[in-house]
Structure formats: C-alpha cells, structure tokens
Design a protein around this ligand. Structure first.
Ligand SMILES: Nc1nc2c(ncn2[C@@H]2O[C@H](COP(=O)(O)OP(=O)(O)O)[C@@H](O)[C@H]2O)c(=O)[nH]1
Ligand SMILES: [Mg+2]
Length: 340
C-alpha cells in the first residue's frame, strides 16, 4: 500500500501531458529553468540605471549618496565616509558594482544639474530629454549592426526620480510640463523632496493634491495601470500608486542612535532616520527601485519606451531613404508639442 503511494509520487519518464485539469504523467522538471536563469544572471550580472531630476537645492545629489550609502551598498562605500557635495553643473553618472549573494549589479545613478535658477526656465528639460534619447540611440546603433555584441551595453535610463519641491500646494506648471515630457520617454517616479520640512498631515494632503494634479493633466507616472500584466501585479501596484509620490528625506551623514550608526538628518526634533519607515518613505523608494520593481522597470524601458524610440527612428530612416537622402541614423529628439 505504502509502496504504491510512493511510486505514484515518483516522476515518470517522458513528458507530462495534461488534458484539461488532469495531469497524465508526473513531474517533468521544467522548474529547473529557474536555476539555470539564476546561474546565468549571476555569471553575467546586470545593469541598472537611475536618474535624478528636479530643481536645484531639493536634495538630488544628497539622495544619490543616500542611495549608495543605504543598505544596498554599505559594503562597497564603507562607513564614516564624508564628502561635501559640490553643486552639480553637468550631468554626472556614478557607477557602483553592488554584489549580493553572488549576484552582481552595475548600478549607475545620473545626477543632473538643477533647473529653476534661471529667470527663464523655458526648455530647461532639453538637456535631460536629450540625454535619455541619446542612450536609446546608442543602444539602437549597437542593435542594428550586422555583427552585434552578444550583450549590448545598456546605458538606458530605467527610472527617472523626479523631485517635487515641498510647497504643500499644487504642482507648478514647470513640474507638470517637465514630468509630462519625461513620462513620454521613460519611467517617472515622482517624490516629495525634503519631506522633513512638512508635517505628516501636510505630507498626506500634498500627496493627494499631486495625485489629482497628475491625473488631471494625463501624466502617467510609474507604475502605469496600462502596463500591469496580471491581477496580482495590479493589486500590488495599486497599493504603490496610493503612496506615490513618496515623501523622502535624504542624508549622507551617519549618527549614533541607541548605539547604532544610522543615516539621518539632525533636526530640532531629533534625528530623522532616512532608513526608518516610520520617519520617511525613502525605504519605499529604495525598495521599489532596487528590490521589488527592478526587473519590471528594465522590461518596460526595453519593451515600451525603447520600442517607441526604435519605431520612430527606423520610420524616419525609411522616409529619408525613400526621399533619396542618406540613411544615416542621425540623432533626433522628436520633441512633442508643449502640453500646457
Ligand atoms: N531638510 C532637508 N535638507 C536636505 C535634504 N536633502 C538634502 N538637503 C540639503 O539641501 C541642500 C541641497 O542639497 P543637494 O543635494 O545639493 O541638492 P540638489 O541641488 O538637488 O542636488 C544641502 O544643504 C543638503 O544638505 C532633505 O531631505 N531635507
Ligand atoms: Mg546637485
């Protein structure tokens, strides 16, 4: 009796054929592909690129350091390391190799000069839009080569963190315009910057106003409902959408709290710990970017944003060749008409 039960559990040779709900043969072993995928990713590693955008003085450069100094890469930067952040004048990319349990990630964060200092902020998004498109262009040029690399270096921006000033009012026309343009070409993750300057009630109220404003202007930030592939994703993402924009605080200095070193900001109310979910939503931002949605951000960049760029560029090249012009893929930015 026992022996027969055991035999029924054992895998049989040959494939499993299922007719409706009924499984005719036993275990086939398809799940072994998961191990193969894991080993392959461990060997090759992967690239992930984030960009920070927003007006000057909102804490973008600090946040880049916070990300690198927070738990994702404490080891690679070392502790007690202090540095004065120079004012960012050019787009500046910093890359760290983060390794965990044998998996290697090449994490690049691009810091951008703040805008809003000038009297005239017209077209201040141009260098940033150009940078994002340039990375698509680079990828495309590698991809259309006859002898192409097995693994194309990926510098495309997978997530663009947009810093909203903590005014507590509505979004400014400049922020709306900027985010609208960015959301057409990349995954935009808005955050309320310097959230320690707002009370918890103010943060919640501001968050709702921003959500309303984005909806009213048809600005689709990440994660977009249209791209949720299954009901489980939708449930999870609905929860995230309720919390976006995350109210974040950045800090690159460590303080002693209860005998432990924590990243935080000293205020008159005490130390605001940036990695403590009870103090601010930096941990939600880090988890979304690095833990829960990293692969999705990469997939959407490749399958949606890059695809749109590729189609547009190849159509343009075709048109040019029909008109007898040179087929060379010259850089274009296909600027959309102003939205507001
Ligand atoms: N209160 C507060 N100040 C911050 C925060 N993040 C950065 N700062 C400070 O704001 C100033 C400008 O920061 P920086 O990172 O250079 O801003 P960026 O111009 O957007 O890159 C610095 O003095 C930072 O110490 C924050 O979350 N809260
Ligand atoms: Mg800066």
């Amino acid at each position: 009796m026992e022996e027969q039960a055991l035999r029924e559990q054992l895998p049989r040779d040959g494939p499993s054929i299922s007719t409706g709900d009924r499984q005719l043969f036993g275990y086939v072993g398809i799940d072994a592909v998961l191990d193969q995928m894991r080993i392959k990713t461990m060997k090759t590693g992967f690239e992930f690129n984030i960009m920070v955008v927003g007006q000057s003085g909102l804490g973008k450069s600090t946040m880049v350091n916070t990300l690198f100094k927070s738990k994702i890469s404490r080891k690679s930067t070392g502790t007690g390391y202090e540095e004065r952040i120079p004012k960012t004048v050019h787009l500046l990319s910093v890359t760290h190799i983060v390794e965990e349990k044998g998996v290697k990630m090449k994490l690049t964060v691009t810091d951008t000069p703040g805008f809003g200092d000038q009297i005239n902020n017209q077209n201040c998004w141009e260098p940033i839009v150009e940078f994002i498109n340039e990375q698509y262009e680079r990828y495309l040029r590698e991809e259309i080569l006859i002898n192409r690399k097995r693994k194309i270096p990926d510098t495309r921006v997978h997530a663009c963190v947009y810093f909203v000033p903590p005014t507590g009012h509505w979004l400014r026309p400049l922020d709306l315009e900027f985010m609208w343009r960015l959301s057409k070409i990349t995954n935009v993750v808005p955050v309320i910057a310097r959230a320690d300057t707002l009370t918890l009630e103010e943060r919640a109220e501001f968050k709702q106003k921003i959500q309303k404003d984005l909806k009213a202007h048809g600005i689709h930030v990440y994660p977009q409902v249209d791209f949720d592939e299954d009901p489980d994703d939708r449930l999870l993402n609905d929860k995230i959408r309720e919390k976006i924009p995350f109210a974040v605080v950045g800090a690159d200095k460590e303080h002693q709290v209860n005998g432990k070193k924590v990243l935080g900001r000293k205020t008159k109310w005490g130390i605001i710990e940036v990695e403590n979910p009870a103090h601010c939503e930096f941990p939600l931002l880090r988890d979304l970017l690095i833990r829960s949605h990293l692969q999705d951000l990469k997939d959407i960049t490749h399958n949606v944003h890059y695809e749109q760029y590729r189609v547009r560029r190849l159509n343009e090249s075709n048109q040019a060749s029909k008109g007898g012009q040179c087929l060379a893929l010259s850089a274009v930015n296909g600027e959309p008409e102003s939205h507001l």
